[in-house]
Write a protein that binds this ligand. Structure first.
Ligand SMILES: Nc1ncnc2c1ncn2[C@@H]1O[C@H](COP(=O)(O)OP(=O)(O)OP(=O)(O)O)[C@@H](O)[C@H]1O
Ligand SMILES: O=C(O)c1ccc[n+]([C@@H]2O[C@H](COP(=O)([O-])O)[C@@H](O)[C@H]2O)c1
Length: 228
């Protein structure tokens, strides 16, 4: 199913000129329903057939991870096994370096120069986006699609994020599709008050997390004694 660059076959074939690539990058420590459910809603909204989940090997803005890169990617792959619209791209695990989004997008753009890339992030990530490595260059390669996230309200947006939106925001998907990159769109409200941090804490204190995680991920966590 996969080819050497690990993007889904359907994306590559359909991709000749027009199909768009949707990517959700994350530390996924662990992947949870707050990643999966809004992502599925976005697929429909953006008119995508599938979405690439991109586990970060060494996430740029995190002090470290609890599970290993291999374990985090394994959990992502379990979700892809369950939900056929998702595909896991492990390219960041293969780079022995900090998982800068710019490096990843440059690789993908080289492989698929004619495909539009939607890079999906949560509102918390948007609030820090102007501190990402060469963020201006990232916006020459993709559009950013931003999911709402409880605790990160537009009213609390930092001033530099407001300025960023003033320059780059569009408000409908049609406008997004008129150019290859450079726009930011806020997705319709979809509130999932779930975080990996919260899940790690709840698992540590023995709480039930079945409503927060896909079942195969919870099984994997138990089998590998993670987050204890
Ligand atoms: N509940 C959520 N709703 C919307 N977006 C989310 C949600 N959880 C994570 N995201 C987004 O998914 C991407 C990957 O997130 P990440 O893997 O860091 O999960 P996290 O729950 O934020 O983890 P942690 O609590 O360890 O920081 C980020 O862009 C983040 O903003
Ligand atoms: O490139 C950067 O500087 C950068 C800084 C912070 C986050 N990112 C990417 O954003 C995605 C979500 O990051 P995180 O830390 O919330 O899991 C993931 O793909 C990261 O590699 C990228």
């Amino acid at each position: 199913m996969k080819t050497s660059d690990n993007l889904p076959e359907k994306t590559q074939k359909a991709g000749a000129k027009t199909s768009d690539i949707g990517i959700l990058g994350g530390t996924f420590d662990p992947i949870h329903l707050g990643h999966i459910n809004p992502a599925k809603e976005l697929l429909r909204w953006l008119g995508l057939k599938e979405l690439v989940l991109m586990p970060a090997a060494i996430p740029p803005h995190k002090a470290g991870t609890s599970a290993s890169a291999r374990q985090r990617a394994d959990m992502v792959k379990l979700v892809c096994g369950q939900e056929k619209v998702f595909h896991c791209d492990e390219r960041e695990l293969k780079r022995a370096a900090t998982s800068y989004t710019l490096a990843t997008l440059l690789e993908i753009k080289k492989e698929h120069p004619h495909q539009r890339i939607f890079f999906i992030i949560g509102m918390d990530s948007l609030f820090t986006f102007t501190r990402w490595h060469k963020w201006q260059e990232i916006l020459t390669l993709c559009h950013l699609v931003v999911n709402t996230r409880p605790g990160y309200e537009t009213a609390d947006m930092p001033a530099d994020t407001r300025q960023l939106l003033a320059r780059h925001q569009v408000t409908d998907v049609g406008a997004l599709k008129q150019s290859m990159a450079g726009h930011i769109i806020l997705a319709p409200e979809s509130r999932w008050d779930i975080s990996s941090t919260g899940i790690r804490q709840q698992l540590k204190s023995g709480e039930d997390c079945r409503h927060l995680l896909p079942a195969p991920v919870l099984t994997y966590i138990r089998q590998h004694n993670l987050y204890r």
